[in-house]
Design a protein around this ligand. Sequence first.
Ligand code: FES
Ligand code: FES
Length: 161
Amino acid sequence: MSTHHIDIEFALNGRPERHHVDVRDNAVDLLTRCGLKGARESCGQGLCGCCTIYVDGAPASGCLYPAWKLQGKQVETIEAAVAGDEPVDPVQQAFIETGAFQCGFCTPGFVMMTRKLLELHPSPTDAQIEHYLSGNLCRCGTYPEIIAAVRLAAERLAGRN
Ligand code: FES
Ligand code: FES
């Protein structure tokens, strides 16, 4: 075994994974090797939110999270949002209906943070929306549509309860 590598086991979207990882790799590098492309590395500095994943249920920047530190963790990515009976989850559907993207590069990160926001604050205030999405950047500037998507998703989810 190389001194730069370590064996880890973790759960990825509910499925067990075992990998021999380079200690210099980040979580996005590892997820890409697992065939998942939803979490994207852009700034690489924890500033844009494109790489957002959940680690043990908490949002994390995959670009800053060392892959080896996923040992024993539950990891969830944007790909898990389409699991289950529904073809598209309500948050993604709201983004589609409001046209809350142009190039779409930032969208998985925004969807992940919106899902977490609505999980914890089903009827979010403007301040809560701003707080949860403050770490996500959209270079195409679709912020008004993204806010509209968050509100639409909140209404839809509330209507189900
Ligand atoms: S790529 Fe991770 S925060 Fe920008
Ligand atoms: S839609 Fe292009 S960066 Fe957000």
